[in-house]
Design a protein around this ligand. Structure first.
Ligand code: G6P
Length: 438
């Protein structure tokens, strides 16, 4: 029997992590082929990653064939699982998403504010092409998407894509669980967090340790700034006692941009003047990583990969794939279509939530009404996302302007216009939908 996994964006520096994830789970999830796919511009990186992946498989003594190609359609044929980790326009495009808002004194961030909106505009059309190919070439395969902004991309795929077997994943809920396990000094397997909200805007409503509610205890411990669960890309200084006592929920690290906006902006601007954008820092980290990857004696994932904010994303992805393959029916935190899970949001939008994962995919666990404290802000954030998706599909500048205007990290009408014009111009090549002749 064959079990084929296709990794789109296979030349990414993150790929060794997913290879390690597959090796570690091979007894339960016996993948026979991993096809790494990239585009012409990623050719060199793809070659290096392919070499390292082969050495890792050889060292682990697993019978998994590693193939690599620039022809996506050829790879997709016969796939059982497909993961997507692409970056349209590469890190150079991310640099613009970060630098242009900073130049207006606004937050420049990969998945939030104007930068996140433009990343979605570039990415959604490409993912819809992949969806079309999958429906034709591997209609039964599951697409596990962690291409950012993962929530919006997954929603666009489920609303407008031809292929509906799509699940979005992110490392943030995974990091929060492992972070809480460290704080409580217990096994991560014993911890369940009731997540609700949106990608990069998710809250932990309840923490259960072996089924016992420990939420109050965790919230109390989060009052100590030493107890954090932030990824490498976000410098978190913790939360005030007032905030934690009033919300009674676990915030995720991205909430700092919204609830501690002025502080975060000041710190991010300082870091920008000192070291450049995060995209530039990441390019240096990548250059070092690829130097290591090239070394023929390297046979495992180097620890330096943990300097990247997305570290451990592959655990989330590999756990989802394993649960589907083995029909496990365990709880996984994923991005799925709402369909009544949260009664205060439309059915067809994507939320980040807990779901039972089995052979038929995710079955979200009902949440009901949102807590009053966060109902408005979640509806607003979702409203932004819906507008962005429409803008991305139709190349609609009015929708884009509306999205920028109501986004809490932009919010000013003149700023929304300036950011829209500058970013559209800067990303012209990757946004053909906005430049089509009538
Ligand atoms: C976080 C997010 C990821 C994102 C990453 C960026 O962990 O959850 O979605 O990709 O940060 O990290 P980077 O190292 O690229 O700044």
């Amino acid at each position: 029997m064959t079990l084929k996994l296709v990794i789109i964006g296979g030349g990414s520096s993150y790929t060794p992590e997913i290879i390690e994830g597959i090796i570690d789970r091979h007894d339960q999830f016996p993948v026979t082929e991993i096809a790494l796919v990239d585009i012409e511009q990623g050719k060199e990186k793809l070659q290096i990653i392919t070499g390292l992946a082969k050495r890792m498989i050889h060292k682990a003594n697993k019978s998994i064939v590693i193939t690599s190609t620039l022809e996506r359609r050829r790879a997709l044929s016969g796939a059982d699982f497909v993961t997507s980790q692409i970056r349209v326009g590469g890190l150079k495009a991310r640099e613009k998403d970060e630098r242009i808002p900073f130049s207006y004194g606004a937050l420049g961030q990969e998945t939030n504010g104007a930068g996140g909106i433009f990343k979605a505009l570039r990415t959604i059309p490409v993912l819809l092409e992949i969806s079309k190919d999958m429906q034709e070439l591997c209609p039964n395969a599951w697409l596990i998407n962690f291409t950012n902004p993962a929530g919006m991309v997954t929603e666009a795929l489920l609303k407008y894509g031809e292929h509906k077997r799509v699940i979005g994943v992110c490392n943030i809920p995974f990091n929060m669980r492992t972070g809480v396990a460290e704080i409580l000094k217990c096994n991560v397997e014993d911890i369940e967090i009731e997540f609700l909200g949106l990608n990069h805007f998710v809250f932990g409503r309840r923490v259960l340790v072996k089924g016992v509610d420990c939420t109050a205890n965790v919230i109390e411990r989060l009052k100590d700034p030493a107890n954090q669960y932030s990824p490498a890309n976000i410098v978190s200084e913790g939360w005030s006692t007032t905030f934690l006592s009033a919300f009674k929920m676990l915030p995720n690290p991205y909430h700092s941009y919204y609830f501690k906006g002025a502080d975060m902006l000041e710190k991010n601007l300082e870091a920008y003047w000192e070291n450049g954008t995060r995209a530039e820092v990441v390019q240096q980290v990548e250059a070092e990583l690829f130097k290591k990857y090239e070394n023929e004696s390297l046979e495992e994932k180097p620890t330096e990969l943990e300097k990247r904010g997305g570290a451990f994303y592959s655990d989330a992805a590999c756990n989802v794939m394993t649960s589907i393959y083995t029909n496990k029916g365990d709880v996984q935190t994923v991005n799925v279509q709402n369909n009544g899970t949260i009664s205060d949001l439309p059915d067809d939008v994507v939320i980040e939530t807990n779901a039972l994962m089995g052979a038929d995919g995710p079955r979200p666990i009902s949440i009901g009404a949102l807590p009053l404290s966060i109902r408005g802000i979640i509806q607003l954030m979702k409203n932004v996302e819906e507008l962005v998706i429409e803008a991305a599909i139709k190349g609609d500048r009015e929708r884009l302007y509306q999205a920028l205007l109501i986004n809490p990290l932009v919010r000013e009408e003149a700023l929304a216009k300036d950011l829209m014009e500058d970013l559209l111009e800067a990303h012209k090549e990757d946004l053909p939908q906005f430049y089509q002749q009538a």
